[in-house]
Ligand binder design. Structure first.
Ligand SMILES: [Zn+2]
Length: 273
């Protein structure tokens, strides 16, 4: 296999932080790829080094989430053998050395849920820093439900990993949102200077408390659920085979997806922190 990543490194004249920006981890979430294409030609780094990585070239080319398996569940210090053999497992192995050298990571994504608003995913310890992105919502405590994600890989090494979700993936404005997120991140760590500041609006902090995986058959959602929709009462989310799956009053749901195969990620459950 040839390389499945494209790496562009920008070095500043002064010493500084080593940052990684990942785009295209999910190949059909193109906002980060487009934002990086737009930013790179004019970008001048003052301090430190910024490594931009187009993460899954084959999936980006095919406009698919992934080719063999979800790349964002392949980042482990010691990879399991079944992951190792897949295209995405090998791709994670290409990316990991850059993460090991980095001081922080920003990984750009978009949601498949219509009308999704931009939000940040990070470890609880990095909530204050995550406010630099000026997102309406910050999601924490997701690592144990999404082992092998790029941000959890960083968090396990006590380094900040931010996953930035730019909104609905088919919305063309997401590339501007991605661009702003990258600029905010590079500014915060002193690699560039910009006028972007932190807004006074307080983000809503959501703590993830559960991930539902289907056990009995295909999962079919009962209706469309907005990302972060708050349950007014105990609510039927969908059918796992014939079994009804409910979420309690006051909880929020995220990424509700129909699934064909068993043991897939159907939705996340969270609560206000
Ligand atoms: Zn994604």
């Amino acid at each position: 296999m040839g390389s499945n990543i494209k790496v562009v490194e920008k070095q500043g004249e002064r010493e500084g932080k080593k940052l990684v920006v990942l785009v295209g981890v999910h190949g059909n979430e193109v906002c980060g790829v487009k934002a990086t294409d737009l930013l790179l030609p004019k970008l001048k780094i003052n301090s430190g080094k910024v490594t931009f990585i187009y993460a899954n070239l084959k999936a980006i080319k095919q406009n698919k989430r992934f080719v063999e398996q979800n790349l964002n569940r392949c980042f482990f210090k010691k990879q399991l053998s079944d992951i190792k053999q897949s295209l995405e497992g090998k791709t994670a192995e290409e990316i990991i050395p850059y993460l090991d050298k980095a001081d922080a990571l920003l990984d750009i994504h978009a949601s498949l849920t219509k009308d999704s608003v931009p939000f940040v995913i990070c470890d609880e310890s990095n909530i204050e820093t995550a406010k630099i992105f000026n997102a309406e919502k910050i999601v924490c405590n997701i690592d144990k439900f999404h082992p092998g994600s790029t941000d959890s890989y960083m968090n396990l090494q006590n380094k900040p990993g931010f996953c930035f979700e730019c909104g609905y993936y088919n919305d063309t404005n997401t590339q501007n949102i991605a661009k702003k997120a990258i600029i905010s991140y590079l500014t915060y760590y002193g690699c560039i200077e910009s006028k972007i500041g932190i807004s006074k609006n307080k983000p809503l902090i959501i703590k993830i408390i559960d991930l539902y995986k289907n056990k009995y058959g295909p999962f079919k959602s009962k209706r469309y659920f907005k990302d972060f929709e708050k349950m007014k009462e105990k609510t039927l989310i969908g059918l796992d085979g014939d079994k009804e799956v409910y979420v309690d009053k006051e909880k929020v749901v995220l990424f509700v997806r129909d699934r064909e195969r068993k043991d897939e990620e159907c939705f996340l459950v969270g609560e206000e922190f």
